[in-house]
Design a protein. Structure first.
Length: 180
């Protein structure tokens, strides 16, 4: 995104909107951007400013901020709420089975049918309007504890794992993260 936006002083929502619009414009002649399965991305962004920290989470991602009073965990779970019946069917079959493979295809079809709609979930694809459905927030910069480091932007696997916790992930990141 930095290649697209350079050093423009944009907020997280404005930056993602500009990136989606510029990317869609660059691909409009070669790609069918109206196809419901057009390439898309889950997005987690954090911007540290001199007085505040802004974040944005869109589709199946998590941002973890280390605050002075504990962790702030922001997760977009709407994808996992879509295609509920199909998801239950997938979960009923053993991994690697032909039935599970067939059920996964049907689940993905059901997910795509509600992508970027009020009845489903939102993802960064060809329409920048999805940005207005992102989970966003802003915290005072002094509410973020410790040295400034990039917070975690994780796929939403962290909530499914009994072995990986937000604090454990942050502990792993601290030694190598830049001190902004």
């Amino acid at each position: 995104m930095s290649r697209i936006l350079g050093n423009l002083p944009l907020g997280v929502s404005e930056a993602l909107t500009a990136a989606i619009e510029q990317t869609a414009h660059a691909h409009k002649t070669e790609c069918d951007l109206s196809n419901p399965a057009t390439p898309a991305a889950a997005v987690a962004m954090v911007r540290f400013g001199s007085t505040n920290v802004s974040y944005l989470v869109l589709s199946d991602t998590t941002v973890i901020l280390d605050r002075s009073n504990g962790l702030e965990v922001v997760t977009d779970t709407r994808l996992n709420l879509s295609a509920a019946e199909e998801r239950r069917l997938v979960d009923s079959f053993p991994s690697g089975s032909p039935e599970k493979s067939a059920a996964l295809i049907e689940m993905k079809k059901a997910e795509i049918s509600v992508r970027n709609s009020a009845d489903g979930y939102w993802v960064a694809a060809a329409e920048a309007a999805a940005v207005s459905h992102a989970l966003t927030g802003e915290l005072p910069a002094d509410a973020v504890a410790g040295p400034r480091y990039s917070p975690m932007a994780l796929p939403d696997w962290s909530r499914r794992s009994a072995f990986v916790t937000g604090p454990a992930c942050l502990t792993c990141l601290r030694p190598t993260a830049p001190n902004n």
